[in-house]
Write a protein of this length. Structure first.
Length: 265
């Protein structure tokens, strides 16, 4: 079903429901939750899914998995065409229980596109065509690889608030000693808590946060070299290497994607 608002998805009948939407660059979907788990796939474009626990970057032809009941918001960084599959939790105990970005196989991509032609209240009796399509999608979700495209937030509120502030405006001059001073923590305590609650070192987390913050600025046309230096990278090549490692594509391809689906087009 096309163009179903996020708040309307829970009203649709069925154990598994498929929808599609088009969102312009800069569009934001306010924080909300669903009674079903959601697979949110971007056929093209780039979006960020946010929860209380962190942020997940979803590049083209990847998907976010959002468990039932998890409050989340969505920020579209480059105009996006989405396909969503909503799955009742009892459909499969093997489906993930946490938010994540997953790889989308060629088979899953074709199945997701095929759902556009299924009637909303399709016959999902065992062995029917809609039932087979949805069952295969569920199996593909279960086996999909997890991609390291998340920025985790600490569970401690003060640390989490400081992380959100940094993500909103990264600065190469904002070092670990500044954070320790602001949070009234010793360097040792801060380092231990930060790694325990995010799973990464402070320096690694900041590099990832800088890449996330760079995406809308790149789409807005800022030069890669100037942006890299502003975010604390020694060179454009160092920035490009980290960008490709996290996003799965170099900045040049990201820019091509953003421009291809810019609002004026």
């Amino acid at each position: 079903m096309r163009n179903v608002l996020a708040g309307q998805a829970d009203q649709l009948p069925g154990r598994i429901v498929a929808t599609s939407n088009e969102y312009p660059t800069g569009h934001r979907i306010a924080r909300h939750s669903h009674r079903r788990s959601q697979l949110l796939y971007g056929a093209h474009g780039i979006m960020v899914v946010g929860t209380q626990a962190g942020r997940w970057m979803v590049p083209p032809e990847r998907a976010a998995w959002i468990p039932a009941g998890m409050a989340h918001d969505v920020h579209v960084l480059a105009q996006i065409s989405t396909r969503s599959i909503y799955v009742e939790p009892e459909v499969s105990a093997a489906l993930p229980g946490d938010c994540r970005v997953i790889g989308v196989s060629t088979l899953m991509r074709e199945l997701l596109l095929e759902t556009l032609d299924l009637p909303l209240q399709a016959d999902t009796a065992g062995g029917s065509r809609p039932d087979l399509i949805y069952s295969l999608i569920v199996r593909e979700i279960e086996r999909a690889p997890v991609l390291p495209l998340d920025i985790p937030f600490p569970s401690e509120p003060r640390l989490a608030a400081r992380c959100r502030a940094y993500l909103a405006q990264p600065s190469p001059h904002d070092g670990i000693d500044d954070w320790c001073r602001d949070l009234a923590m010793s360097r040792r305590t801060f380092t231990r808590r930060f790694r325990a609650q995010t799973g990464s070192s402070f320096a690694q987390w900041c590099r990832q946060a800088a890449i996330f913050a760079a995406l809308p600025r790149l789409a807005a046309g800022e030069p890669i070299t100037a942006l890299a230096l502003d975010l604390g990278y020694e060179s454009a090549s160092a920035f490009t290497t980290m960008f490709k490692r996290l996003i799965g594509m170099p900045p040049s391809r990201y820019l091509a994607t953003a421009r291809a689906y810019a609002p004026e087009r």
